[in-house]
Design a protein around this ligand. Structure first.
Ligand code: RFL
Ligand code: PHB
Length: 395
């Protein structure tokens, strides 16, 4: 079996990369460990940067996103029981965010990828093992429906997330890993109830961080900071709503509409980057190469900028024989990744409870107060939140 680009992982990064390549006549095969239904059901991101929306449009998969996505021109930040507004659009020259669930985005990508004759997807691929990255033709061995296959390709894209096999297939001595784990997680809940507000609300509270977000005008997404020792089964819906109300100012707590949840899960928080993002003919893309805590809403958006850079570089190689963009993929992507790692770490560090030491909270409040009372401070937050510009030589 052979293809031009072998892609491991059919999450948003792998699917989007395959589509961008196909638009330029480049063939790819995607190997995915799970079933389509499993990947589609994973509830994760919701807040998309304009750059991600534009990538989806270029990939020809944005018609539902353009119709159903909720445009957000700002968000709210509550600390010391005071509500501040970050007016993203006016602080960034008109940039906005769009709320559209990763579940929906993945469904749209699957619909188009599975109808695309330049792309073949193997769901339920087992024991996927990439090798030969420094040889002329790298390969991937795998099992599909109990039969062993070997796929030969020109290039390999590791789009298999943080727990995938591609990063692990690179010799340890050739990579440098940077990692910070946080002593808490986010307990998320989805419910078919109207959102608390038309914008996302980030809440600093002495009991811990909370976030009020949404998926549509009738579907809400809420998160609570919880200790890593907690299990989802420790939290009934009533416990969740009671704790969320405690972390909200009274006026908002009174207007919170609650209802039965249909999804609850706990996600650990982590900052992680591996350098470089290339080893021979293997390129790491999205969560396979980097993870950020979700506070800055950057994970999926970074996967999108990686896809933009790598697809541009591969297209330049196949169409013009140019390898300079492939050579610069890692450094260019990492520049934007580190900016998002810094912002996501910072936003987490000023909004979450790390200890019971009262000086911690006082310093967080002083920092938030200092930044929010000045236009310069608000602009710094807004520019990072909407996402930094892409490198010009890859546009
Ligand atoms: P994914 O989505 O993890 O997909 C990887 C795919 O690879 C498959 N795979 C394998 N396939 C074959 N063989 C193997 N050995 C394999 N191992 C793994 C997996 O089954 C899977 O299908 O990575 P990708 O494509 O890089 O996408 C990254 C995003 O999913 C992630 O960054 C975001 O969800 C992060 N994130 C957010 N990002 C945003 O930009 N905005 C947000 O608002 C936002 N909110 C969030 C988030 C992540 C969260 N959690 C749960 C961590 C909120 C939360 C709570
Ligand atoms: C979400 O809607 O799931 C969401 C929104 C903003 C974030 C993280 C997650 O920062």
């Amino acid at each position: 079996m052979k293809t031009q680009v072998a892609i491991i992982g059919a999450g948003p990064a792998g699917l989007c990369l395959a589509r961008m390549l196909s638009l330029h006549g480049i063939h790819s095969i995607i190997l995915e460990r799970q079933t389509r239904a499993y990947v589609e059901a994973r509830v994760r991101a919701g807040m998309l940067e304009q750059g991600m929306v534009e990538l989806m449009r270029r990939a020809g998969v944005a018609s539902r996103l353009d119709k159903e996505g909720l445009v957000h021109s700002g968000f709210k930040l509550i600390f010391d029981n005071q509500i501040s507004h970050i007016d993203l659009a006016s602080l960034t020259g008109g940039k906005q965010m769009v709320i559209y669930g990763q579940t929906e985005l993945t469904k749209d990508l699957y619909d188009s990828v599975l109808a695309d004759s330049n792309i073949q997807v193997f769901f339920g691929a087992q024991e996927v093992c990439p090798s030969g990255f420094l040889e002329e033709k790298p390969r991937v061995s795998f099992y599909y429906q109990n039969t062993a296959y070997t796929l030969s390709c020109d290039y390999l894209a590791g789009c298999d997330g943080y727990h995938g096999v591609t990063r692990a297939a690179i010799p340890k001595s050739c990579l440098r890993e940077y990692e910070r784990t946080y002593p808490f997680g986010w307990l998320g809940l989805l419910s078919d109830t109207p959102p608390l507000d038309e914008e996302a609300i980030y809440i600093h509270h002495q009991r811990g961080f909370a976030l009020c977000s949404m998926r549509s005008r009738t579907r809400s997404r809420y998160y609570l900071q919880v200790p890593l020792s907690e299990q989802v089964s420790d939290w009934s819906d009533q416990d969740f709503w009671d704790e969320l109300r405690r972390r909200l100012p009274a006026s908002l707590a009174d207007s919170l509409i609650t209802g039965p949840s249909f999804e609850k899960s706990i996600a650990p928080l982590r900052s992680f980057v591996v350098e470089p993002l290339r080893f021979g003919s293997l390129f790491l893309v999205g969560d396979a190469g980097h993870i950020v805590p979700p506070t800055g809403a950057k994970g999926l958006n970074l996967a999108a900028s990686d896809v933009h850079y790598l697809s541009t570089a591969l297209i330049a190689w196949y169409q013009e024989g140019r390898s300079d963009l492939l050579d610069r993929y890692s450094a260019t992507a990492l520049h934007r990744i580190w900016a998002a790692v810094r912002f996501s770490w910072w936003f987490t560090s000023v909004t979450h409870k790390f200890s019971d030491d009262p000086i911690e909270q006082k310093i967080q409040l002083a920092e938030l107060d200092y930044l929010l009372q000045s236009t310069a401070g608000q602009t710094t937050i807004a520019e990072n939140y909407v996402g930094l510009d892409l490198a010009e030589d890859f546009v």
